[in-house]
Ligand binder design. Structure first.
Ligand code: ADP
Length: 308
């Protein structure tokens, strides 16, 4: 029985201005998975630790993503999946995406990489569709490609890997409340004014340029979301206060991670990132809610093998 044990990273989707198109891969937060090929010709979730999630392959994003891959592979093979969760479901740092991406990456690796990373993104998106009703790629793309990714187009799927300025460090605060992606999608509007759209696409262009040019000031000016954040931030206790404190402490920018409730910042250098994390923590203590806080480099590799 061939098997691989992998680390599957958490991810920050949207990055303020890039709703459903931009994402970043984290380094210090993630799940572990063990994927094995078997001769049962069945997909099975054999172990889940760290979270209460369905073992039924039709209801677990890992099972659904592997089904999509095997449909394209066309040969009958069996797959056993073990999931060790550290990323809580509904945290906004790509919990479902990690399971979808890890499962298809592991199976592809064991089969000798018949599929490209872009094809794996498409299979993993089937898992995202199960989790949130929408086959978005802004978490699965950075988990699979690593670094920063831009989904330029969904049809056809076109994903661009963006450069990672060396000194960029992310912080993430995760209040222990659950905001379901489906609920966070329900509060947003389907129409956008032209004035806001102009501001938003200016910022996306600015952020992408800033990453290419290593221009931290430009990155900072561009980390602004005038469309989604004003509507979604009401679901996150003390969002504005935390953002204020993070910005005062020197963060390049602060926004909602994915659909929340996690809040992220990007910073230049570890020293500033630690100062910002402390400020966010101090502010959040006032809410009386439990929370986790993470400081992480941007992970340029994506999924990593722990043991072959
Ligand atoms: P996040 O924003 O952290 O990715 P989501 O809200 O997108 O979280 O996804 C979590 C939802 O997906 C939950 O309803 C959860 O039950 C469901 N789900 C199904 N399988 C998994 C899995 N393997 N890992 C995480 N969530 C899963």
């Amino acid at each position: 029985m061939k098997s691989v044990h992998i680390f599957v990273p958490a991810t920050i989707a949207n990055l303020s201005c890039g709703f459903d198109v931009l994402g970043a891969c984290l380094d210090t937060i993630g799940d572990e998975m063990k994927i094995s090929l078997t001769d049962t010709s069945e997909i099975r979730i054999t172990k889940i630790e760290g979270a209460k999630l369905p073992y039924d392959v039709d209801k677990n994003v890992a099972g659904v993503a592997v089904m999509a891959l095997l449909k394209a592979y066309k040969k009958k093979i069996g797959v056993d999946i073990e999931i060790y969760k550290n990323i809580k479901a509904g945290s906004g740092i790509g919990s479902s995406a990690a399971s979808s991406a890890g499962a298809v990456w592991g199976v592809n690796y064991l089969l000798g990489n018949p599929f490209s990373i872009l094809e794996l993104v498409a299979f993993a998106m089937e898992g995202e569709k199960l989790a949130s009703g929408n086959a978005h790629a802004d978490n699965v793309a950075p988990a699979l490609f690593g670094g920063f990714t831009l989904v330029r187009s969904y049809a056809p799927l076109d994903i661009i890997s963006l450069p990672v300025p060396k000194e960029l460090i992310a912080t993430v605060i995760h209040p222990q409340i659950e905001v379901k992606t489906a609920d966070a999608r329900a509060v947003i509007k389907q129409n956008v004014s032209l004035q806001k759209a102009i501001q938003q696409w200016g910022n996306i262009g600015g952020l992408v340029s800033g990453l290419f040019m290593n221009d931290y000031d430009l990155i900072s000016r561009s980390l602004e979301d005038v469309i989604i954040e004003p509507l979604r931030s009401i679901l996150i206790p003390s969002f504005n206060e935390v953002k204020n404190m993070a910005n005062k402490s020197g963060a390049l920018g602060c926004g909602i991670s994915g659909s929340g409730p996690s809040i992220f910042t990007l910073n230049k250098g570890m020293k500033t990132a630690k100062k910002v994390a402390d400020a966010m923590e101090n502010e959040y203590q006032k809410t009386g809610l439990d929370f986790d806080i993470h400081i992480s480099k941007i992970n340029t590799t994506g999924i990593k093998i722990i043991k072959n």
